[in-house]
Write a protein that binds this ligand. Structure first.
Ligand SMILES: [Zn+2]
Length: 1023
């Protein structure tokens, strides 16, 4: 309660000091001298369900004798019932506007995965549009203050001569359908309306609009909506695919930049040197400006930005409240921690990130909408809440979107010089980072064992706009050797009094950095040591304008287990060096900036070469992802994997290293260059035990319940050119000879329980088709079915089990591992219920248990992995045996001290036999009594083999939020379970997530490449 009161006061103060500026002077509403489009205006009013769901800014449309209104393309007004335009129609309208008005320009900003165009539409006065280029060159100087030697006077001159850019993006989430029509009409208003209010926007700011961000998904959504219109009274198929790869996670890609839409918006934002990126969503009634959000705020953004959030957000709420529009609010429960959201591109690139949630009906139907109490009740931040029940139309939604945007644009334009100056100041403070908060630089060593993954990480940072240098000679800097220490969770009595705060300190995570990474937390000379980095090391200087994004992505995250924010909105960790399995050093010592270095021009590639001569070629297995591409590209070569480390050509090679024959040196050399791989040619093959690794036939199995998470797997496989068949659980249900077609079936996380995977969607009502028809030309294609409802079914389960028995490998992850365990695929493995574990999208440390397992090839003894409350595995040597293991064997009540045996009175004492002991990740050895139960004892060769486990509690935590970690510490994390002639591989962690976990991909690739030799190196128990 104290916390809320404080926030309340804080917000009010801001409102008084900063929230009211020039904007109040201009009266919103039409210019009486400009005629209105009578028909259009009549329809706006007709489709708006209550007068108070409209504003003086949008309750009319000005007429133009020359400029067409959205009706020219839609056949009705924006937001009309039953009208949902395809992206192509939206673009056609924007281009009609461009043709008819000198105040509109349309730019192509790239294409999507499926080749559809993305556009940005600039709207401003003719005078501003004519000066776009010269303005951009000024903005570029403000964006990179090094170009003006950080001279504030020069910055002021540039600010005075410049106008700002406000970038709006619509419908990234395809089921949130309203923004394209709202943005069509907004563009018209900005170009045509002669009211003082709109003119002031047009003359002071360039509004840049991408009306459809997820273009592939938009067109599919319009198909689904049209199907709905054509099938009245029937159940509508859910939007199973949005973008080509992922659904709502397209708004979690601003870290990994895996999707084209993210890169296109990022390049537009940074290319235009825009000040604002404002993304439109529709999942909260009626307008929630969640930009301001709730704590914890992202720790790497400039405080100037968080003040700007408050200023613009509260102006929005205030203006719309005065219009009499209910349900407009800010703050709410959205935490602003993760930089993964599209809008956050602005926050991490010295701009202003903004996001609206308005209220959509997922289509253009007008519907009776009943809200939950949590949505309509008044709270301190929502003094004028939405109505509990109302008729709601897409037009209402369009009114709210446009009104809010127009008030924002007007406020922003009126205060344009302030925001431009802030833009400069944020950029300047980014350049001054080494001297202020630090660090001075991040260094990625030139001798990293995984140069391929290192180069991949650096390319992502380059795509983020980060400048990278390379050391031309070795250099030495001071680093703080001491491990970062984090105080234990606050004990009981803390203000929040949350249940987690009563944990004993030993149960709270102890932040321990990666063994290969030294985290420096200060420049104090005590506890410091020096380290010399070799020539060729990469240096990410923090005295550059986009230092903030590099710092945010490479640093560690710490979310306190007793943080008052209990509704964590998304992942709590993303530390990219850890997830890429490459070394990253945070250097505070500013002398690093004086190291001899040169700027890297062009994309960073890992070094490659063919070294030596001979017809046998050796490639070290270092778990660089390029190796999977290499194997599949060498289709006709003979490739073997070494089962032990060996030496050859004067080099040490890891287990799993490729020994290649029947490949041409030319071809290998070309591939090595393309993929960044070093290849050693030898005349004589090394003497080491090997097995063949063939281009395995892989299937990726999806459900028709949800394709969101498996999309990241498809994307990873496609990026690395690993071929696979894309099949559904329905295909598996129909095929009783899967082994004839596939060697490995990968089942990525579904987000559904095992029973739902088997049963699918409920079979009530009509079939739900997902296929290409003339009515739905954009559906199907990725995969199709006549009816999405049926699941895997019992036949599918049987077919999968037969597949494994016949020698197939079934790879399961998180909830699909739970599916495999519960469905009886993995005798000897059970899953314990978590009681207090909170591993919320965090990064935890794994330890290698069995380095000889092919799944571990290329990895060292420790690996950081992404974890989201993964299953807690227990092992047993008895089929069906399992359950949670007691961590300590305390003695029973009796005589003596805690270490004493009890003594039975009246007879001589007996020595009890030794109780079996095992590590947490192991199965307990069988007792003689258990061995007598011959039916249940799992033969040693069939017992689960633990490859990786969660680290001990003291080393477990790497980054993010971990609470109750002792529940999962030391438990098995990656298990290979032999079954018949095949194997089931279980992951508790998720090795393939959001394009961010590239360091753990190869655990999956290893299982694939070695599918018929997973028992290699296995040491069997004797009994
Ligand atoms: Zn959304």
């Amino acid at each position: 309660m104290t916390r809320s009161l404080l926030r309340c006061l804080f917000a009010s103060c801001l409102l008084i000091t900063a929230g009211v500026a020039a904007s109040a002077q201009l009266k919103p509403g039409r210019n009486a001298n400009q005629p209105i489009d009578e028909d259009y205006t009549r329809r706006i009013r007709e489709y708006t369900t209550e007068p108070f769901f409209n504003s003086p800014l949008t309750d009319y449309l000005p007429a133009s004798p020359t400029v067409p209104t959205p009706k020219s393309v839609l056949g009705d007004v924006a937001g009309a019932p039953g009208k949902l335009p395809y992206s192509e129609e939206v673009y056609r309208y924007m281009r009609l506007l461009e043709k008819a008005s000198p105040r509109v320009k349309v730019y192509s900003i790239g294409t999507t995965e499926e080749g559809r165009e993305m556009i940005a539409v600039a709207v401003a006065s003719e005078q501003l549009l004519a000066r776009l280029d010269e303005n951009r060159s000024r903005l570029a100087k403000l964006a990179d203050p090094r170009t003006i030697n950080l001279n504030d006077d020069e910055a002021d001159r540039l600010v005075a001569a410049s106008f700002p850019i406000y970038y709006i993006t619509g419908t990234i989430h395809s089921t949130e359908t309203g923004s394209p029509t709202a943005l069509m009409e907004l563009a018209y208003r900005l170009a045509v309306d002669d009211s003082a209010y709109i003119k002031s926007i047009r003359e002071n700011v360039v509004t840049l609009i991408t009306p459809v961000v997820e273009v592939d998904g938009r067109d599919r959504m319009v198909d689904v909506y049209n199907w709905h219109l054509a099938h009245p009274g029937e159940n509508t198929p859910p939007l199973m695919y949005w973008g080509h790869y992922v659904a709502h996670d397209n708004n979690r890609d601003a870290i990994g930049l895996s999707l084209k839409l993210t890169r296109n918006v990022l390049n537009t934002f940074t290319g235009w040197k825009a000040q604002v990126l404002h993304d439109l969503h529709e999942s909260v009634p009626y307008l929630y400006d969640n930009t301001i959000g709730d704590e914890p705020y992202n720790a790497w953004v400039d405080p100037i930005l968080t003040d700007e959030w408050q200023m613009i957000g509260w102006n929005n709420v205030s203006e719309m409240t005065k219009f009499g529009m209910p349900g407009v609010f800010a703050h709410g429960t959205f935490d602003t921690w993760s930089p993964g959201y599209l809008m956050f591109i602005a926050a991490t690139h010295n701009g202003i990130s903004r996001l609206y949630e308005t209220f959509g009906n997922a289509g253009a139907d007008t519907l009776e909408r009943t809200l939950s109490p949590a949505e309509y009740q008044r709270t301190w931040y929502r003094q004028n809440p939405p109505l509990p029940k109302t008729r709601w139309s897409q037009r209402n939604n369009n009114n709210y979107q446009q009104t809010a945007l127009l008030t924002s644009l007007q406020y922003f334009g009126s205060n344009g010089k302030l925001f431009l100056k802030n833009f400069y100041l944020k950029s300047k403070r980014s350049v001054l980072k080494p001297k202020n908060e630090g660090p001075a630089a991040y260094v990625l060593p030139g001798d990293d064992p995984r140069p391929g993954n290192q180069a991949e990480l650096l390319r992502t940072l380059q795509a983020q706009g980060v400048e990278i240098h390379r050391a031309t000679a070795p250099f030495t800097v001071t680093i703080k050797a001491k491990k970062m220490s984090v105080p234990p969770a606050v004990a009981a009595g803390s203000p929040s009094g949350s249940p987690t705060s009563t944990e004993s300190p030993s149960a709270s995570p102890n932040a321990s950095p990666a063994p290969q990474v030294v985290v420096t937390v200060g420049s104090s000379k005590s506890d410091s040591t020096t380290r010399t980095f070799p020539a060729g090391s990469y240096i990410l200087r923090m005295d550059q304008p986009y230092s903030r994004i590099a710092d945010a992505l490479l640093d560690y995250q710490y979310w306190a287990p007793d943080d008052p924010q209990t509704e964590v909105y998304d992942d709590t960790a993303w530390t990219m060096g850890e997830l890429a399995n490459v070394g990253v050093f945070r250097i505070v010592d500013t002398s690093v900036l004086a190291a001899p270095m040169e700027r890297v021009n062009g994309e960073i590639r890992a070094p490659s070469a063919v070294i030596g001569a001979g017809s046998t070629f050796i490639v070290n297995h270092n778990a660089d992802n390029a190796l999977i591409t290499l194997r599949y590209r060498l289709k006709d070569a003979e490739v073997e994997a070494a089962e032990e480390p060996f030496e050859a050509a004067g080099q040490k090679f890891n287990r799993g290293s490729f020994i290649i024959r029947k490949a041409s040196a030319d071809n290998l050399s070309r591939l090595g260059t393309e993929l960044g791989i070093k290849i050693y040619a030898v005349a004589e093959a090394p003497v080491v035990k090997t097995h063949a690794i063939k281009p395995t036939r892989v299937a990726l199995m999806h459900t028709w319940l949800d394709t969101q998470n498996e999309g990241w797997w498809r994307l990873a496989f496609d990026q690395l050119q690993m071929p696979y068949a894309y099949i559904s659980t329905q295909d598996v249900a129909k095929n009783d000879d899967l082994k004839a077609k596939y060697d490995v079936i990968v089942f990525a996380p579904v987000g559904a329980p095992p029973n739902a995977i088997v049963s699918g969607m409920p079979m009530y009502g009509n079939p739900l088709p997902w296929k290409t028809t003339s009515l739905t030309p954009n559906l199907g294609r990725i995969d199709s079915t006549d009816d999405m409802r049926p699941g895997l079914g019992w036949s599918g389960l049987q077919n999968l089990q037969k597949f494994v028995q016949q020698g197939g490998v079934f790879i399961t992850v998180d909830d699909t591992a739970n599916f495999a365990v519960t469905s009886g695929f993995t005798p000897g493995v059970s899953i314990a219920r978590a009681n207090k574990l909170r591993a919320v999208g965090d990064i935890l440390r794994m330890k290698t248990v069995d380095a000889a397992s092919p799944i571990a090839y290329g990895y060292a003894d420790s690996l950081a992995m992404y974890c989201s409350n993964g299953p807690i595995f227990n092992l047993s040597n008895l089929a069906g045996g399992g359950g949670a293991r007691r961590r300590s064997n305390q003695r029973m009540t009796g005589r003596g001290t805690p270490d004493d045996p009890d003594t039975v009175q009246g007879r001589p004492p007996v020595e009890p036999p030794e109780t079996p002991k095992a590590e947490v990740w192991e199965a307990l050895p069988l007792t003689d009594e258990q061995r007598r139960d011959e039916v249940s004892v799992i033969p040693p060769s069939d017992r689960p083999r633990v490859v990786l486990r969660y680290a001990d509690m003291k080393d477990l935590f790497v980054s993010g939020l971990l609470d109750g970690g002792d529940e999962i510490a030391e438990h098995a994390a990656v298990i290979d379970v032999p079954s018949g002639r095949g194997h089931v591989v279980l992951f508790s962690t998720n090795p393939v997530w959001r394009g961010q976990t590239k360091g753990s991909y190869f655990l999956v690739f290893n299982a694939i490449l070695n599918f018929d030799n997973l028992n290699a190196g296995r040491k069997l128990q004797e009994k």
